[in-house]
Design a protein around this ligand. Structure first.
Ligand code: MG
Length: 402
């Protein structure tokens, strides 16, 4: 078991005074959910990330709970820790909480500012790869404007060298033991002057690598940034890897051969027939195809991978267990099932009389309304194995919104 492939630590304990207004910036609403909820949703969508630790002010517990709920990420993947006086103290508190949960030393931890709501899958992947390669790595962007230096009176007294300057963003990626150790030493030595975690790692002797950042990672700092974020969501075209919300389609196909018996399982319903279907479980090709369709929307293997026929545990198992498990996996990735559709291919039994029962059963398993569950049947005109009445095939498609 690899319970912690990677972890994310979201720093949401700041008071966000610069945006103004009574609400800290991480709880400002953008397109119907808080800035924090957007960040949680994006990090939670990454299948490489197991745990998500959010560091907050204890007073904000209710706002944080609402944000996690709005993110659609399973609450079981998310933990909350109380932050400290400074950002640095809050990060240490979050790291200690991850340590208490048993995150292993070699895991990569992404430390991310809650005020940067838009992380693409591409950025998360870059961070994990760079973190694994360097032990400590940060996303950077080149500086395109001239950097002026002014005196107290606002008069230009010089310029910085732009060529070596970089804009530093988050998520910053670290090997867990490295960043925890550096933060512990900084705290023990009473050093509280670091503005980010790369600074802490650097101060304790770790070379910090860089990887390409993303303009979409901009930080909500000023009131105008809230409007910019709203515009960003509205205007965002279907740029690969930068799609904040999307619909995915998965497909599944399954076949079971006839054997001796007096009923077949189709769509979770036992249908009287002169034959039965042969299989390790209850051999329900409809629920198996639907299970694969759902797994397909999250790229999470297939039914045989999660429930191997070699495992005695699944002998004779009712197939709704498989479909329920796939639906759980989809929801844990922040997915919402929009609709499923299936076609049963057989000469017999006749499906028509059982269609409503099958539809109701699938609706019940997935918690969907009737107009979101399609159940169809066809013969194959006596052609092929289904035509020769050697077995039953089922095809399924699932649409899931993320
Ligand atoms: Mg099967």
């Amino acid at each position: 078991m690899v319970p912690f492939p990677a972890a994310a630590l979201i720093v949401a304990a700041g008071r966000g005074l610069r945006v103004g207004g009574p609400v800290p910036k991480q709880y400002r609403m953008i397109a119907g959910r808080s800035v924090l909820a957007h960040a949680v949703a994006h990090l939670g969508k990454a299948s490489e990330i197991g745990r998500i630790m959010i560091v907050i002010q204890p007073d904000d517990a209710e706002d944080c709970r609402i944000a996690v709920e709005a993110s659609s990420i399973a609450a079981s993947r998310v933990s909350i820790a109380a932050g400290g006086e400074t950002r640095q103290a809050s990060v240490l508190a979050g790291l200690e909480a991850l340590a208490a949960e048993g995150v292993p030393p070699e895991a990569i931890v992404l430390v991310h500012d809650a005020a940067r709501p838009f992380l693409s899958e591409t950025v998360i992947l870059r961070a994990l790869i760079a973190g694994g390669r360097h032990g400590a790595a940060i996303p950077v962007l080149p500086v395109t404007d001239t950097l002026g230096i002014v005196d107290d009176g606002g008069t230009l007294v010089g310029t910085h060298d732009r060529a070596s300057a970089r804009i530093v963003q988050t998520p910053q990626a670290f090997r867990f033991d490295l960043v925890l150790e550096a933060h512990r030493r900084a705290a023990a030595e009473g050093r509280g002057d670091f503005t980010d975690d790369a600074g802490v790692a650097d101060a304790y002797g770790h070379a910090v690598g860089t990887f390409e950042g993303d303009p979409a990672l901009f930080k909500i700092t000023l009131e105008s940034d809230v409007a910019r974020a709203e515009r960003f969501l509205t205007e965002l075209s279907l740029t690969e890897g930068a799609v904040p919300y999307e619909t995915r389609t998965g497909m599944g196909y399954d076949v079971h051969a006839f054997t001796d018996g007096d009923h077949v399982w189709l769509g979770g319903v036992a249908i009287p027939h002169e034959r039965a279907l042969l299989g390790h479980s209850d051999a329900d090709p409809v629920l198996h195809a639907l299970t694969d369709a759902l797994l397909g929307t999250i790229g999470d293997g297939d039914i045989g991978m999660h429930f191997p026929p070699s495992d005695e545990k699944w002998r004779g198992a009712a197939s709704h267990l498989f479909l329920e498990d796939a639906a759980r996996r989809v929801r844990e990735r922040g997915g919402r099932i929009i609709s499923v559709d299936c076609t049963i291919v057989c000469e017999a039994p006749k499906i028509g009389p059982h269609r409503a029962a099958i539809q109701a059963r699938i609706r019940g398993i997935l918690g969907l309304k009737a107009d979101r569950v399609g159940v169809k049947a066809t013969t194959s005109e006596r052609l092929g194995f289904t035509g020769r009445r050697e077995g039953i095939a089922a095809i399924a498609v699932a649409s899931v919104a993320f």
